[in-house]
Design a protein around this ligand. Structure first.
Ligand SMILES: Nc1ncnc2c1ncn2[C@@H]1O[C@H](COP(=O)(O)OP(=O)(O)OP(=O)(O)O)[C@@H](O)[C@H]1O
Ligand SMILES: [Mg+2]
Length: 498
């Protein structure tokens, strides 16, 4: 396809360069294969369509058409029905097997309409009778190309989603995460109802999507409902939809989330936050697999796979009487527990590498991170990560903005991550502010000395730890300690001070 396109463009450029003809700027609309054994017709059609921006290649028999179509791809095919040996029907059938996405428009002689309609059933995009209305044909070609481009976009998006939510993006080599992967593998081919339990930020939604995109339902919708975020009064309409005029403000018919997810997966997030009234309604749908839209009396049947998630201990909620026991057993057919990050710290390096790679793609080349200092990793491994993987992801994204030479160092991390007690250490900006407002501007050496002393005091004079907090190498710190004559024996200092 590119070869032909390039050829056409190169041709018009040559003319322009020769100075003989300044070609009219024509918008390139697409490349068409025109199949007709009548040479007068193909010549006329080519002239008219190319004057409107189409690049037309002609084939004068069915066989020639198939040969061309197997060599390159076209944006659309215009196909005559009556041809000797291999007629339009046969060509259409083989074309669709070669590339089911290419739109085919049938051109027929008068009286061939029933056959053309038959071709539409076979998957043709449209049909035109001769003599052709060129304006309408031009519009049909435009529509066909637009539709095809949209279909391609949808395919690409689906592929990107599969890649984003496939197993490959669930990072973790720890024993606990391997168990999670095994559990996902066990359930993804089935329709079993899954309950994902885990603290906030442990990856519940990511796992729900991974199950969906690795299940036979992957081409159908994944619909997420945050049970905690929908106000009680709207929940029924949100989940089950409503008929027009069913309540004040219901101006049109609305399809609820259950119906949107038909054939796919419904993800009920934060299910522990559902009110008792909603719990009853959900239980009913899960039992009967059908419901009525608000204000409607026709039952709607749906085929959805349910995955729920909670960061609460749901069994505990059952014991406390906050969650219905019968609903608990409906949704908890297969529970998967997502371990907090602090219980699988060995996953941190791989997660960090993955996030850096992802965020690097959004950065200009000179801002990309090429390495992570081992001290940085030590800080990340020490921190307890109460916000789990989400917190780690945010910290990496933020820290990457501070790095300037392609290496992620401890100084780039938030103070609380470098060391929880370092929060009391003044940040670089507050030092700068202090310098700016000071009446007697201290010299940099004085400021640096103070910083080194503070870091040493906070680390109980452990030089390695202090260097890591300051984001400098151990040897550099030693050199500076010597230069400033900072005492390294705290007991002596304390004794001296008191
Ligand atoms: N194993 C993992 N590998 C890679 N990224 C992960 C992993 N687990 C979580 N993440 C990332 O961490 C972020 C939080 O994950 P997710 O939204 O799935 O958590 P959650 O358990 O649903 O949290 P919450 O309970 O707060 O809704 C997401 O951006 C996700 O991509
Ligand atoms: Mg979530």
């Amino acid at each position: 396809m590119n070869g032909f396109r390039a050829h056409g463009l190169a041709g018009s450029m040559a003319l322009a360069e020769s100075g003989v003809i300044i070609p009219e700027k024509k918008q390139f609309r697409g490349q068409i294969l025109l199949v007709d054994d009548e040479r007068d017709f193909t010549a006329l059609a080519r002239d008219i369509l190319s004057s409107r921006g189409w690049d037309v290649l002609c084939a004068h028999s069915g066989f020639e058409a198939l040969q061309l179509a197997s060599l390159q791809s076209f944006d659309a095919v215009l196909l005559d029905l009556r041809m000797p040996l291999l007629d339009g029907h046969g060509v259409l059938d083989r074309l669709r097997r070669l590339d089911p996405t290419v739109p085919v428009i049938i051109i027929t002689g008068a009286g061939d309409t029933p056959t053309a309609v038959e071709c539409m059933r076979q998957g043709a995009f449209d049909y035109f009778e001769k003599p052709v209305d060129w304006n309408k044909l031009h519009l049909a070609l435009e529509n066909a190309c637009r539709l095809r481009a949209l279909e391609e976009q949808v395919r690409d998006l689906r592929k990107a989603l599969r890649e984003r939510y496939g197993f490959d993006n669930l990072i973790g080599q720890s024993k606990k995460m391997r168990e999670v992967f095994e559990a996902i593998q066990r359930v993804c081919e089935t329709d079993v109802t899954v309950l994902l339990e885990g603290e906030s930020g442990t990856g519940k939604e990511l796992v729900a999507r991974a199950i969906h995109y690795n299940s036979p339902r992957r081409t159908k919708p994944f619909v997420a409902v945050n049970c905690a975020a929908i106000p009680e009064t709207l929940l029924e309409s949100e989940l089950f939809g409503h008929e027009r005029g069913s309540f004040t403000g219901a101006v049109g018919r609305r399809i609820g989330r259950f119906e949107q997810a038909d054939g796919g997966t419904l993800f009920l997030d934060e299910i522990g936050e559902m009110s008792p009234a909603t719990q009853v309604k959900i239980l009913r749908v899960l039992q009967e697999r059908r419901f009525e839209r608000l204000g409607g009396n026709r039952p709607v049947e749906v085929d959805v796979r349910i995955i729920s998630a909670t960061n609460k201990n749901l069994l505990e909620e059952v014991r406390k009487g906050n969650f219905r026991e019968d609903l608990y057993y409906r949704i908890c057919v297969y529970p998967i527990h997502l371990p907090p990050l602090r219980e699988r710290k060995e996953d941190i390096p791989a997660l960090v590498a993955n996030f850096i790679e992802r965020f690097n793609r959004r950065m200009p080349p000179h801002r990309r991170i090429r390495a992570v200092a081992s001290e940085t990793l030590e800080c990340l491994m020490r921190y307890p990560w109460p916000g789990n993987v989400r917190e780690l992801e945010n910290v990496i994204e933020r820290s990457m903005l501070h790095a300037t030479d392609g290496v992620l160092r401890p100084v780039h991390l938030p103070a609380t991550i470098r060391s929880p007690d370092l929060a009391e250490m003044p940040s670089a900006t507050s030092w700068r502010d202090a310098l700016r407002t000071a009446t007697e501007v201290p010299r940099w050496e004085e400021v640096e000395q103070e910083l080194l002393k503070l870091a040493l005091r906070l680390t109980k004079y452990n030089v390695t730890a202090a260097a890591s907090r300051l984001g400098m190498g151990r040897t550099t710190l030693y050199r500076k300690i010597q230069r400033y004559g900072i005492a390294l024996r705290p007991r002596d200092r304390e004794a001296g001070a008191s």
